[in-house]
Design a protein around this ligand. Structure first.
Ligand code: ADE
Ligand code: ZN
Length: 338
């Protein structure tokens, strides 16, 4: 029997919750700062990494947006995305659905085409090089206004063929999904799918709102659903996927310790939970590290780990034949590996 890490690495997996700006490693932050003559608040890579000591979502977001300021040219977005895809491929990720935050860049005067162009070019090259497939999801920053989100959407529609869905991220508390109902309606009218961060720090009511008002097909995080038994039941019955990010939840103090994480309980109740890395450069690990952390802390069985991999494929935006291909690979893997 292969060791746990080899077993998880070899499982075909999709990553469905990854902020590309959150994959910007401190070394690349320094390289890009040097390239563009940007003075950083921290003198060294080590000092920057040491600042990644968060007490909640907002304390992380403040550093995350500051880090993204070094992204200026198309090649910067390309290099950041290419580096993520290389790491994801090494972890056994076969398909990835990537969030990007255009407002973080357009508000600094970076053109939408520079952002989408650099990311898309890296996605294409990685598919050629590694066979890894991908989709892009445009996220609106919920701490900004509805008008700003609508403007970002209108600008991005010039590149409509390069993303498949819209999402909602940033500071959750005090910014309910309902604030963006009209923007999401406009996006859906364009044929875009919808997802939203909800129930990370915010209450279960935000998950209900995201489903009811934004018509999302997946919930990002969603771990606070557990406080509402009827909602848990609904998520299980309707098989609405949750893109859970274990290391993120610990680093942002959503749960005190990994042993307290509710992923195992939600899985046991039949929810379509998936494992993802959120902002791996900031939270201490990519997708394999996230699987390893929950596998160990929650003593997940190999059958449960295979279920998580299956869920990631089922919950993805891949077409039916591609899903069948990967699910068959996971099933075949069952017999050989365990
Ligand atoms: N942006 C990047 N990571 C995020 C997270 N975990 N929650 C909300 N917004 C984010
Ligand atoms: Zn996230």
């Amino acid at each position: 029997m292969p060791d746990l890490e080899s077993f998880i690495r070899a499982l075909p997996k999709a990553e469905l919750h990854l902020h590309i700006e959150g994959s910007l490693e401190p070394e690349m932050v320094f390289d890009l700062a040097r390239k563009h003559g940007v003075t950083l608040k921290y003198p060294t890579v080590e000092a920057l990494r040491a600042a990644y000591d968060f007490h909640d979502l907002q304390s992380f977001l403040d550093i995350y947006y500051a880090g993204a300021d070094v992204l200026r040219e198309e090649s910067d977005f390309y290099d950041m995305t290419a580096a993520y895809l290389t790491r994801a491929h090494a972890d056994g990720v076969v398909h990835t659905e990537i969030f990007f935050d255009p407002q973080t860049h357009t508000e600094r005067g970076i053109a939408m085409g520079v952002v989408i162009g650099g990311i898309s070019r890296a996605l294409k090259d990685a598919e050629t090089r590694y066979g890894i497939t991908s989709r892009l999801i445009l996220c609106f920053l919920r701490h900004l206004s509805e008008e700003s989100a609508m403007q970002a959407l209108e600008q991005a529609l010039a590149f409509r063929d390069q993303f498949v869905a819209v999402g909602l991220d940033s500071s959750e508390k005090g910014h309910p999904p309902s604030k963006f109902a009209r923007v999401f309606a406009r996006a859906r009218a364009e044929g875009l799918l919808a997802v939203a961060h909800a129930g990370e720090e915010g209450p279960p009511a935000y998950i209900r709102e995201a489903l009811g008002q934004l018509k999302v097909v997946r919930i990002d995080h969603g771990v606070r659903c557990e406080e509402d038994a009827a909602l848990v039941q609904r998520l299980a019955t309707e098989q609405i996927p949750l893109t859970v990010c274990p290391l993120s939840n610990i680093r942002l103090k959503v749960f005190p310790r990994m042993a307290d994480h509710n992923l195992g309980r939600l899985l046991q109740q039949g929810l379509c939970v998936t494992v993802n890395s959120d902002d791996p450069a900031y939270f201490g690990g990519y997708v394999l590290a996230n699987y390893m952390a929950v596998a160990k802390a929650l003593a997940l069985s190999r059958a449960q780990l295979r279920q998580l991999a299956r869920n990631s494929i089922t919950a993805s935006f891949l077409d039916a034949p591609a899903k069948q291909h990967w699910l068959a690979r996971i099933d075949a893997f069952d017999e050989v590996e365990s």
